[in-house]
Design a binder for this molecule. Structure first.
Ligand code: CA
Ligand code: CA
Length: 326
């Protein structure tokens, strides 16, 4: 009997040893995840580019889907400005890798629209403050004053200045004429920027100036008796007026204050459109221009440049301004 107990004890001991050998199987490698915080604009997507030493795939979860979303492959898309946390995990691989977890921060920035052309030292800002015009050096812009013998007096002066792919117009209205707006039935005024870009006066439209012009930008600048922001439709004269660009496309922008008004015209946008025309006439560094004004809706109000009614064709039409980009 004693012998049997000894055998059992030995067997139990072997059993114990055998169990102990199982517990000393190779220890799983500690899994690691490498990833950095990310920054992304609203509506844009970036890859986290996370790596792990584990054979398990990384999973991703974002704690605020209103700010950012993340795909199963770690692509982060910005939804709204703010920040959120993304948790990266790898599951345990039995006997090989431990589980691991890492949290990174995602910062979502507003994707601001491109800023409008910034005024430079020699630029003009369309803001209803006209002091920038007085800072221009003489000879860098073209100017026309109302001829005292012209049939119009409602616009006293226009200037045109071109630099940095922008054309700028300045308009000085006659204050008394402007005050008459209150008596108009419509209390609306329109203008036409008339532009010749091909350096010849055979093509285009041959009315209201002594030289023909190929393009007009036409729009309302005064409504309910007060200046409003100017926007306009671009037309090209190809037999008749053909519309090339509707308002709302940043081609022109104008603001008025008191009896003055200023307008910008974007040559880059103009040329993009001009090249799509059946008769492409892009604006080079030299062009000719004038402005036609309409009161009480579309009645004739002024024409600039103008001239003495007794000269030339006898209707007061002037030659277009010559403008060269600075
Ligand atoms: Ca200004
Ligand atoms: Ca022409």
């Amino acid at each position: 009997m004693k012998k049997i107990l000894t055998l059992l004890a030995v067997a139990a001991m072997f059993g114990f040893v055998s169990c102990k050998e199982k517990e000393t199987d190779p220890v799983p490698t500690t899994a690691t995840i490498t990833a950095n915080d990310v920054t992304v604009d609203v509506g844009k997507t970036v890859s986290i580019g996370a790596t792990t030493n584990s054979s398990a795939a990384i999973s991703y979860a974002c704690d605020n889907a209103a700010v950012a979303t993340v795909t199963a492959s770690g692509e982060v898309t910005g939804v709204a400005a703010g920040s959120a946390n993304i948790t990266l995990k790898v599951a345990e691989v039995a006997g090989k890798f431990t589980a691991a977890e890492k949290t990174i921060k995602v910062t979502v920035n507003e994707d601001l629209p491109p800023t409008p052309p910034t005024p430079t030292a020699k630029g003009i800002t369309i803001d209803g403050d006209f002091s920038d015009w007085s800072e221009l050096e003489d000879g860098t812009y073209a100017r026309a004053a109302c001829d005292p013998n012209a049939p119009w007096e409602s616009v006293q002066e226009i200037r045109c200045y071109a630099a940095d792919d922008m054309v700028y117009y300045y308009i000085k209205f006659d204050e008394e004429s402007l005050a008459e707006v209150a008596d108009w039935a419509t209390k609306e005024a329109h203008l036409r920027l008339c532009i010749n870009t091909d350096d010849e006066f055979e093509s285009g439209y041959a009315n209201y100036f002594l030289e023909a012009y190929d393009f007009i930008v036409e729009g309302c600048f005064l409504s309910d008796g007060a200046f409003i922001e100017f926007d306009g439709t671009l037309h090209q004269r190809i037999g008749s007026w053909v519309s090339l660009l509707e308002p709302g496309n940043d081609l022109v922008y104008g603001v008025g204050n008191g009896s003055e008004y200023e307008i910008s015209f974007n040559r880059t946008i103009f040329n993009q459109v001009a090249y799509t025309s059946t008769v492409p006439m892009p604006m080079e560094d030299h062009f000719q221009t004038g402005i036609r004004f309409y009161c009480n809706g579309w009645d004739e109000w002024s024409n600039m440049p103008n001239c003495d009614m007794d000269e030339e064709q006898g209707n007061g039409w002037g030659y277009l301004l010559r403008v060269t980009f600075n």
